[in-house]
Design a protein around this ligand. Sequence first.
Ligand code: NAI
Ligand code: 15L
Length: 267
Amino acid sequence: MLKRLLITGAAGGLGRIAREHLVPMAETLRLSDVAEMAPAGAKEEIVQCDLGDRDAVFDLVSGCDGIVHFGGISVEKSFDLILNANIAGVYNLYEAARAAGMPRIIFASSNHTIGFYRQDQRLTPDMPMRPDSLYGVSKCFGEAIASMYFDKFGQETAIVRIGSCFPEPRDYRMLATWLSAADLVALIERAFSVPRLGCPIVWGVSDNDRAWWDNSSSRYLGWKAQDNAERFAAAIDARMERPPADAVDAVYQGGKFIDEPIHGSDD
Ligand code: NAI
Ligand code: 15L
């Protein structure tokens, strides 16, 4: 059991899942976000701060022996917003972790690091990145920071390239990319329990019939996804038209992020 587990992005979709389900993993959960969060309950601490504020991040990480890093911009936005939260923010977090005795980190990376691969390609984690957006590029940066801090200092990170983690798949593409909350929580638990983690890239995806990603290199974690998006396929068929075969969300793994423009500075 951890003494104090830090969850960044605690006001967001995945942060709220972690807040609810990771309670048994630690004596105390330290919950952080730039946005407001629900007041602290038993065994909880609330710290509101911007990941771009280096001093605040050092204070935030101090005293923590595990970190689940969900905080940051989670879709395509302007470079300035991404720079602060996902680039400066990740650097600040790793420097703060180094100063705090290198607590194990779960880093929420994304399938948008590889979004320009086609859906008929099967990927392993060692294949070159092909980001589809500035957001995807920022996650490539985060993965590179994790890798460098491991090689240079021994800082362990599970780099989780999350597909689409929502209560249900929202479209045809997500029948391949969906990750259930239960599978995500089980993966986090394994990443903190395995005696030696290293710095693996793990595909954050459920055991979907239509999945594109090969997770065999991370079997040593002892994590086996249990859910399968296929049970939602009939509902998706009933709810929407299948996209045309040449639509970006039928061709590319990153789906609609492929067509995202470069956003202006206040967007
Ligand atoms: P979200 O957007 O709901 O939550 C992210 C949280 O980070 C928000 O509460 C936001 O206020 C906070 N944040 C943004 N900028 C910040 C800053 N400068 N300082 C401190 N906090 C800041 O996103 P979600 O869906 O919960 O995703 C969590 C993480 O997982 C993100 O890093 C996202 O990129 C990644 N991810 C999520 C996927 C999904 O399907 N939900 C798929 C792939 C990656
Ligand atoms: C992500 O990286 C995003 O954070 C999430 O909002 C979804 O867009 C997801 O990827 C996806 O590709 O479905």
